[in-house]
Design a protein. Structure first.
Length: 260
């Protein structure tokens, strides 16, 4: 079993060296960069990665392009702000010696936030399918929360060890990516899927998300970090429902105005 590690990047000069080093065990590293303005590509190249540039088409499409550019059928997909833990690396190495591996493998992702490893709030184990045979799976084309979709007859296993996620370094960054990326993309995805909301839905989305994250999913176990995560979850849920409400209202008005 030969494995290609794939990473998509945009202005990741502060992350890419550590990301490449954490997958140095792979048989190759493929970077697809969306026109970074910093030294991401140069640093990746110095780490031995094969680097290509492609204008940004969206998360899933860019990750699938990286899969298609790989030399080997087995793909390990890593985000630039993630690292492979030692136990996970050993699990993958052991897998290479198996006679009949599964077609894909789920991996638990553990997130580092506010100087601590998060246990609750729905952030752990946050299982991700990141190691897979591309003949049996591919990235599902979604605007957000992209994931690998495996064939109906594919076998999926679970690997021991965590994928380590070093997410938003501060509150300003967390707030910004919700407003600029996650909420708008989530609203677009919901709208295209035919989902609709209401004034009550917009008003209740935030409180419901906070209760779900902090209480029902055990965010309280992480103290103030758990409270912060739940508060941002509430903000994200409120904003995506508000943006969805704006989209459906605009669409309804345009439809009505187009009628004779």
């Amino acid at each position: 079993m030969k494995i290609s590690a794939t990473i998509i990047t945009f202005n990741e000069e502060s992350n890419i060296k550590a990301a490449c080093e954490s997958v140095a065990w792979a048989d190759e590293i493929v970077i697809v960069d969306s026109n970074s303005a910093d030294k991401t590509r140069e640093i990746a190249g110095s780490c031995g990665a094969r680097v290509m540039v492609n204008a940004w088409p969206g998360f899933a499409a860019q990750k699938q392009l990286a899969v298609e550019q790989a030399q080997h059928d087995w793909i390990f997909s890593l985000d630039a702000d993630e690292r492979v833990s030692d136990p996970l690396r050993e699990s993958i190495r052991a897998l290479k010696n198996e006679a009949e591996p599964a077609d894909g493998y789920l991996i638990s992702r553990r997130t580092f936030y506010q100087q601590r490893w998060i246990r609750g709030g729905g952030w752990y184990p946050d299982k991700q399918l990141r190691l897979f045979n591309r003949s049996k799976g591919r990235w599902k084309q979604r605007h957000i929360h992209e994931s690998v979709s495996m064939d109906a007859n594919a076998r999926v296993g679970q690997l021991a060890g965590d994928l380590l996620h070093y997410t938003s370094p501060n509150a300003a960054h967390h707030h910004r990516i919700i407003g600029e990326r996650y909420a708008p993309l989530a609203a677009q995805q919901m709208f295209e899927e035919g989902r609709r909301t209401s004034v009550f839905g917009v008003a209740s989305a935030g409180p419901a998300a906070f209760i779900r994250s902090f209480i029902l999913k055990g965010g309280f176990r992480d103290g103030f970090a758990g409270f912060t995560i739940a508060s941002f979850a509430a903000h994200h849920s409120f904003l995506k429902h508000l943006l969805l409400w704006e989209k459906q209202t605009t669409n309804k008005n345009e439809t009505n105005n187009a009628r004779p």
